[in-house]
Design a protein around this ligand. Structure first.
Ligand code: ARG
Length: 588
């Protein structure tokens, strides 16, 4: 289809533009247009404008009505209350606008005029440790936010700040030196993620036991930390084996989560070692950090401990060691100065909020963050068990992420299998859909509540076919696809000349809001608003499908137009779910 510039914008945008143009003397005053129950839209901007111009809002509103071009966009407009405008859009405008959006690959969603560069820190597990549900949240939210930001045109660079450095490696490496074959892989065969993790677990437990019981081993482990920090080649080589073994495990989990993690984006704590001394020097020389009892500290007015004494951010310990803060401060310098970020985003547990608050403030004082470059923690809440307490096994241990995902897949596969006969799915499709539905369920449960809130991990609820779940949305999508397939002879085509039924209008107006919703979701890093939009979309579709026969419509044109609505709904659902990292099988 031809270029659709003016029509590709949303109804919302078109009406807002028309209102602004109707009152040129107001400059580009915002008409404050929103969806409304009374009509399709309501504009409230005349109130503020009247105040500014010292006029009467109702008179001003009437003037706008008069000044509106008598086009085909608005079918009814009335002044109400103190000076609101209630606006009803014409059926023709709805269909035409949707048709224009449908002609566009991006469904008419504009690309940001001036995209920036965001460096996003997400999915950051720790080497030689099992991943837990906290790491799940960072991965799921981070993956969705990356996709959403990229879709808006933003340049996005991922950084997986894995915990790959610290004193615990002294113990592990020393143990491996004394038990040299513990990490050997028996044959040439590739090691599975499970095996890798179980190797690491075994080593961790054994070295810990020795560390706690054998004072001489403990001393050797301590000296090994010094060697590691001094960059001793043999020690580093062994350290790298732990990192590599862990990566086998991490990648297997990310793969199960259907996430594409790039190795070059995995820049763990160790990646900033070469910057730590310089970071401290810069902070000390500028007076941002001061020596206190031998340690290099940054103090804050408003950060005090329970005893009322200020709690500093410790950048360098009195023994010369660097910690988590020095690494994060160096990472900021790298991301701003070398990667050219103007936004730094951290998808990290809310329990680290104080750390980030102090780190960001320190970076601001040092001038690394400023008016042009800012940092945000996208802080997420805790995953709770059904009992409302932090999620643990019955034995009180942290739940292994892999076990959870496997259980979700198993449950989902059972749900898919139950319905598979009707759709005629092959065994292979059942297995594949089971994965998509199970992993989708876990992701959606996480993404559909606002990140800051805690949520309950409840598999029964997650794979339920009723209610606000991904399974519900995936079935809605597959059903629409099947409707379109069954329509055989007729194909989707917009017919703007046709009047629309109320359910068609409601669906159409909701479809029209996709672009505005995405802009809001991206601006506030709020995937849950996209989830809510998609859920409402399938509710609107259900109402439409109940009330408006598609194949058995009154005329072939009406069938085509309704198929067109079906298709645009399916494409919007697909695009939205994709941005959440969730697959939409064609047949389910
Ligand atoms: N590895 C850390 C953890 O498991 C999260 C790292 C978050 N990112 C950062 N730049 N500090 O808690």
């Amino acid at each position: 289809m031809a270029s659709v510039d003016s029509l590709a914008s949303s109804l919302h945008q078109r009406i807002a533009d028309a209102l602004t143009a109707a009152l040129p003397e107001a400059g580009a005053a915002d008409p404050l247009l929103r969806r409304s129950d009374r009509a399709d839209f309501q504009a409230n901007g005349m109130l503020a404008l009247a105040k500014k111009l010292k006029g009467n809002p109702r008179e001003l509103a009437a003037k706008v009505v008069e000044g509106l071009p008598k086009g085909e966009l608005i079918s009814e407009i009335e002044v109400s209350g103190p000076g609101f405008l209630n606006i009803t859009v014409s059926d023709r405008a709805i269909t035409e606008t949707l048709a224009a959006r449908a002609a566009d690959e991006r469904l008419g969603v504009p690309v940001k005029a001036e995209p920036g560069t965001t460096v996003i820190d997400w999915a950051q597990p720790n080497v030689a440790k099992e991943m837990h549900v906290g790491h799940l949240r960072s991965a799921v939210i981070g993956d969705a936010v990356v996709k959403i930001l990229e879709f808006t045109g933003e340049k996005v660079i991922s950084r997986h700040h894995i915990g790959d450095w610290g004193t615990q490696f002294g113990m592990l490496i020393q143990y491996l030196i004394e038990h040299p074959h513990e990490l050997d892989h028996k044959d040439e065969r590739e090691v599975s993620g499970e095996e890798a993790m179980s190797n690491l677990n075994r080593l961790y437990k054994a070295s810990r036991a020795l560390f706690d019981s054998d004072a001489e081993f403990k001393e050797r482990a301590r000296r090994r930390v010094v060697d590691l920090q001094a960059g001793d080649e043999q020690t580093l080589a062994l350290w790298r084996r732990f990192v590599d073994e862990s990566k086998i495990y991490f990648y297997s989990v990310f793969d199960k989560l259907d996430m594409d993690i790039q190795d070059e984006d995995v820049v763990g704590e160790s990646g900033y070692n070469h910057m730590l001394a310089e970071t401290c020097k810069l902070l000390e020389e500028s007076g941002v950090a001061v020596r206190s009892e031998g340690a290099l500290c940054v103090f804050f007015e408003d950060v005090k401990g329970p005893d009322g004494k200020p709690v500093p951010l410790i950048v360098q310990k009195s023994d010369g060691g660097y910690g988590y803060a020095a690494t994060d401060l160096s990472a900021i310098r790298d991301r701003v100065q070398n990667l050219g970020a103007d936004t730094l985003l951290y998808v990290v547990d809310a329990r680290q909020a104080l750390h980030f608050k102090m780190v960001f403030e320190t970076a601001r004082r040092a001038g690394w963050l400023n008016d042009r470059v800012h940092a945000v923690q996208l802080a997420f809440g805790t995953v709770l068990g059904k009992d409302g307490k932090p999620f643990k096994t019955r034995e009180g241990e942290t739940v292994r992420l892999v076990d959870l995902l496997d259980e979700a897949i198993e449950r989902a596969t059972a749900v898919v299998r139950e319905k598979a006969g009707k759709v005629g799915l092959s065994e292979q499709e059942i297995t594949e859909n089971g994965r998509y539905v199970g992993i989708g369920a876990v992701k959606y449960a996480d993404l559909s509540t606002s990140a800051a809130r805690d949520y309950k991990f409840d598999l029964d609820q997650m794979v339920s076919l009723n209610g606000d779940t991904s399974v519900y949305l995936q079935y809605a999508y597959a059903r629409i696809r099947s409707i379109i397939r069954k329509a055989e002879g007729s194909s989707p085509a917009a017919h703007p000349e046709l009047p629309l039924a109320p359910a068609e209008r409601a669906l159409g107006l909701h479809l029209d809001q996709f672009g505005e919703t995405l802009a809001e979701v991206a601006a506030g890093y709020e995937p849950h608003k996209l989830a809510a939009y998609l859920y409402q979309l399938s509710s609107h579709f259900t109402a439409f499908y109940d009330q408006c026969p598609v194949i058995k419509a009154d005329t072939p044109e009406q069938t085509a137009n309704r198929l067109f609505l079906c298709e645009l709904t399916a494409r919007t659902l697909h695009q939205g779910m994709e941005l959440l990292g969730i697959r939409t099988p064609e047949r389910l």
